[in-house]
Design a protein around this ligand. Structure first.
Ligand SMILES: O=C(O)CCC(=O)C(=O)O
Ligand SMILES: [Fe+2]
Length: 327
């Protein structure tokens, strides 16, 4: 497969609808061959997505001092400046140069009485909102609501595609781990090819739903192939499989390297949404993904353990020991 197929979910946004089986088959084909698909016919309102992009642009137009006042906290929520992450765990490429991007990381929003938050458990802490932009939080929360619903629907289609009941995986997402990353890639000089916006990597988790602006620059490297472009297609999402989903499915679905080089000459904004399960979910070969010829390739791993290991190695701010209160 040399291109990323478009899967249109029109008519199959209910997992019981007859069309859902067809969408599930198309998704399986795309996600098992190339690990990526464009999703059309979703029901995230264009206005909701536009408002989130507008909020992100406003945030990134704030002063550096304002942005730095939200410096990323031990719960992985907040602002990461240019060149603050270098993907050293990548098996995809030897990465030595930091990424040319800045971002605000928003994770699942927790109520103040959430037991995990009160106990200071890893990844269960407060988001950091730019209070000088009063419209920011409502715009992002509205967007997360819609894109999260799409993600959960896709999890059901994936369950169907794997020969499981549509709702078989739902309970793992009762206390999900989610990330909305409001990314900004500055213009980069055309000659500076070495200066990569986002270095080759695979995503860690289950699925990623990426909204990109019209700059282009996302590239994907299918198994055994060369880099191909994943250009923006209006009103679609770029869906991809993360490492934990590849492992859950014993490699039936593939987690594919991708990177960003912003050659547009202007600023590039993107909003990847990562939908992952509860920290306690045991990622162990799903029953329909193994038989005598396909024994499980990996031992079971707790999603939360895997995530923390990846984050600790890739993010500068996590390299010193975490404060004792959250250890
Ligand atoms: O900005 C993009 O288009 C992709 C970002 C990405 O791959 C990521 O944040 O994992
Ligand atoms: Fe990614």
């Amino acid at each position: 497969m040399k291109h990323i197929p478009i899967v249109d979910l029109q008519g199959s946004l209910d997992a019981d609808a007859p069309a859902a089986q067809q969408s599930a088959r198309e998704l399986f084909e795309a996600l098992s061959q190339i690990g990526f698909a464009y999703i059309a016919g979703h029901n995230v309102a264009p206005a909701t997505r536009e408002a989130a992009f507008a909020a992100s642009r406003k945030f990134h137009a704030s002063t550096l001092a304002q942005k730095q006042s939200l410096a990323i906290n031990a719960f992985h929520r907040g602002y990461m400046g240019m060149a603050s992450s270098t993907i050293v765990t990548s098996t995809v490429a030897k990465v030595t140069r930091p990424n040319m991007s800045e971002s605000l990381m928003l994770m699942h929003e927790l109520p103040p009485d959430d037991p995990g938050l009160r106990a200071g458990l890893p990844m269960q802490g407060p988001n950091q909102w730019p209070d000088w932009l009063p419209g920011f939080k409502p715009a992002m929360l509205a967007y997360v609501r819609e894109v999260d619903a799409l993600g959960r629907h896709i999890v059901r289609l994936i369950a169907l595609a794997l020969g499981l009941p549509a709702t078989a995986l739902d309970h793992h997402f009762d206390h999900p781990t989610t990330f909305l990353r409001a990314l900004h890639y500055p213009p980069q000089p055309p000659a500076e090819d070495e200066q990569i916006g986002s270095a080759p990597h695979t995503d860690y988790g289950i699925i990623t739903l990426l909204a990109q602006d019209d700059s282009g620059g996302l590239q994907v490297r299918p198994r055994g192939g060369d880099w191909i472009e994943a250009p923006p297609i209006p009103d679609t999402y770029v869906l991809n499989v993360g490492d934990m989903l590849a492992r859950w499915t014993n490699g039936r679905l593939v987690s594919t390297p991708h990177r960003v080089i912003n050659r547009s000459g202007g600023d590039r904004y993107s909003l990847p949404y990562f939908l992952d399960p509860s920290m306690d979910t045991l990622i162990e070969c799903l029953p329909t993904c193994t038989d005598a010829a396909h024994p499980p390739q990996h031992p079971p791993v707790r999603y939360g353990d895997y995530l923390l290991e990846r984050l600790n190695r890739n993010y500068d701010y996590r390299k010193p020991a975490e404060p004792a209160a959250v250890a």
